[in-house]
Unconditional design. Structure first.
Length: 429
């Protein structure tokens, strides 16, 4: 054996020993090293990969999670999902009981303008797009929130729990601490509309003084140079209302002149949930329209296969399903948030175990104009007339809203009305 052959043999033995050592550590060998690879290891690392893990991650991946994401979307980590409803809490972002994780790439918009996650608040009505991870988890690719009503307060009632803005009657949800509002103050309301034309606000923001207004809701009527949105009628150019129909969701904006809203822009603004087949979880005020069809005042539609529930559209309903080809929700689960009976009319009770009492009538026998977490409202018997179709202006008077059961009593308690005893003066001696 010549000297070069001897050297070659020794080199091969060294390489064999190195390969054995690498295999004993569980590392792959004899792999091509692409751009961005880890020198001296033979481990391929794609651009943007997670250093030290050997897990490839394409540009735009989720840092620190090991989840691969293609540019502009999340791939291979779970089923696409859309969540719609009030933000419940943070840590991540919770909507409809699902925890959506976020990162620096999560796109956030408020009223259509770019924003940050730090700008979000509990009670914001959110449309979340992302992927589901497990039964209650997910990752948010985008979060869009908006204030349905922006304008001056014209009336305050019920200790601040009921306000009127742009002719819309708004009840503050029980979880909302009523700010000290007075007529003329400008507020932004994250609110949802009920089937009777009134609203439930999940968040109230006091804004700096401005003459601008904004209303995002379904059209009642349009024609003859006017458009009625909710209970607000505005003058409109024929070109602005051309093609509009009752029930179509729009955003109307303008300025307040001498106390009167003047329309400047009117644009269609449907709630577009997503592509057909996407899982969807929404919390909205649906009412039954017959044959298993459900309709919310903002134009959102769903179809319930069983079609057994009769919903009034005056309390929240959670609907789970997937988006059908026509853009509606094909519901697999419909869960009304059944309100408790009002204290003013307690149901009959019967003795329960250990001397406790239980309600003999079910909560399903009443329908309450209820907001989140037990928002107060007026009870409706199950035989009541169905609320008007979306686009109709109710002829009946607005339902009277009762004070919340959790309201703290006023510290100014009136003194009891007690007559002072009559004391007859003693007779002169």
């Amino acid at each position: 054996m010549t000297a070069p052959d001897s050297h070659t043999a020794r080199a091969r033995r060294v390489v064999a020993l190195l390969i054995a050592a690498l295999l004993s550590l569980g590392l792959p060998v004899a792999r091509a090293q692409g751009a961005g690879g880890i020198g001296g290891t033979g481990i391929e690392q794609e651009t943007g990969g997670i250093g030290g893990t050997g897990i490839g991650e394409e540009t735009g991946g989720i840092g620190g999670t090991g989840i691969q994401r293609a540019p502009g979307g999340i791939g291979g980590t779970g089923a696409p999902i859309v969540g719609y409803g009030p933000i419940q809490r943070f840590g991540s972002v919770f909507v409809n009981g699902r925890e959506y994780r976020i990162d620096a790439d999560t796109l956030v918009t408020i009223d259509g303008h770019p924003a940050t996650v730090a700008s979000l608040r509990v009670g914001d009505i959110a449309l979340v797009r992302g992927v589901a991870i497990g039964a209650h988890g997910g990752f948010a690719r985008s979060i869009a929130t908006w204030q349905a009503i922006i304008g001056p307060v014209s009336h305050v009632a019920d200790g601040g729990h009921v306000i009127t803005v742009l002719r819309q009657t708004v009840t503050l949800g029980a979880s909302v601490r009523p700010p000290r509002l007075r007529p003329g103050q400008v507020v932004g309301l994250s609110a949802q509309r009920l089937a009777n034309g009134e609203w439930v606000a999940h968040r109230v923001t006091v804004l700096p003084p401005t003459h601008a207004f904004r209303l995002e809701a379904a059209v009642n009527t349009a024609g003859a140079g006017h458009v009625t949105i909710g209970r607000l009628t505005l003058r409109a150019d024929p070109a602005q209302i051309a093609g509009l129909h009752a029930g179509e969701r729009v955003v109307a904006s303008g300025i307040i002149v001498n106390g009167h809203p003047v329309l400047t822009t009117l644009e269609p603004r449907p709630i577009q949930l997503g592509a057909p087949g996407t899982r969807v979880e929404v919390r909205n005020y649906f009412r039954s329209t017959g044959n298993g069809r459900l309709l919310a005042a903002d134009g959102m539609e769903a179809t319930e296969r069983a079609g057994r529930q009769r919903l009034s559209g005056l309390y929240p309903v959670e609907v789970v399903g997937e988006i059908a080809e026509n853009g509606e929700i094909s519901a697999t689960e419909v869960t009304p948030e059944v309100p408790s009976l009002p204290q003013s009319e307690p149901p009959a009770t019967k003795a329960g175990p250990s001397g406790s009492t239980t309600k003999s009538s079910t909560a399903a026998e009443v329908r309450t104009n209820e907001g989140p977490a037990g928002n107060p409202g007026t009870a409706h018997a199950s035989g009541d007339v169905e609320p008007p179709e979306v686009g109709e202006t109710p002829d009946t008077e607005a339902a009277e809203v009762e004070a919340p059961e959790i309201e703290v009593p006023s510290p100014q308690t009136p003194e009891p009305d007690i007559d002072a005893p009559e004391v007859e003066p003693p007779a002169d001696q």
